[in-house]
Design a protein around this ligand. Structure first.
Ligand SMILES: [Zn+2]
Length: 223
């Protein structure tokens, strides 16, 4: 983690830089101040058992063997959302992600009825993309179903997933586009094919964009 290394000059420089910017902006919202504090490196966030990043999700902890403790976005920038399909049911996904022998888990699982489970905090690194770099920079979302059964990708699931992805994009300033919201198949070097050819990106991205617009605030990269 190197928290010692992150103290001292680096942190002071951030504070001074931030302070100078703050002086020039009289009407800075309390929300912005909190966010500035949140992004300071070296200030590890408080952890509460069962705390959620996505409102409406149900906390179902993954095995600690399937993720790594981190302090994102202070130690790693989060700029990708990776979409997966389970090749199985919602219950199966939760079961294997609780299994320490599985070696992998996503932050979230979305069911075909629209329910959402959170298994790993977004500040931690989930082992889901098969690439250390991609794991460190992304939030992973599993979807109940099979790559060759498009009828399993229901409107309720697309809507719930889009709301979840929109929230992630809002929290970390991620542009809502196909460069930043990708399928597991698009991760460099992967041999996984999910979410497969039937995942309807032309439907999904506009849903994310609409959900993101409802959340308000800056939406970088959206033209
Ligand atoms: Zn996958």
């Amino acid at each position: 983690m190197g928290s010692e290394k992150r103290g001292g000059i680096g942190r002071r420089a951030v504070l001074l830089g931030g302070g100078a910017a703050l002086l020039g902006t009289a009407a800075l919202a309390q929300d912005e101040l909190r966010r500035a504090w949140w992004r300071l490196p070296g200030t590890e966030k408080e952890r509460v058992e069962g705390a959620l990043d996505h409102k409406g999700a149900v906390w179902t902890a993954a095995s600690g063997a399937n993720w790594r403790r981190a302090d994102r976005p202070a130690d790693f920038v989060i700029d990708r959302v990776v979409i997966h399909v389970v090749q199985g049911s919602y219950a199966t996904a939760l079961k294997v992600f609780r299994d320490p022998g599985h070696g992998a888990a996503t932050h979230y699982v979305v069911g075909r009825d629209g329910r959402v489970a959170q298994l790993i905090r977004e500040l931690d690194v989930a082992f889901h993309a098969g690439s250390r770099d991609m794991n460190e920079r992304s939030v992973g979302i599993e979807h109940e179903g099979f790559v060759d059964r498009p009828e399993g990708f229901t409107p309720a699931m697309y809507a719930a997933s889009a709301a979840l992805t929109a929230g992630i994009c809002a929290r970390y300033g991620i542009p809502v586009d196909r460069k930043h919201i990708i399928g597991h198949v698009e991760v460099e070097g992967t041999d996984h094919t999910d979410p497969g050819p039937h995942w309807d990106w032309d439907r999904y991205i506009p849903l994310v964009r609409a959900a993101r617009a409802k959340l308000g605030g800056a939406a970088p990269g959206v033209s």
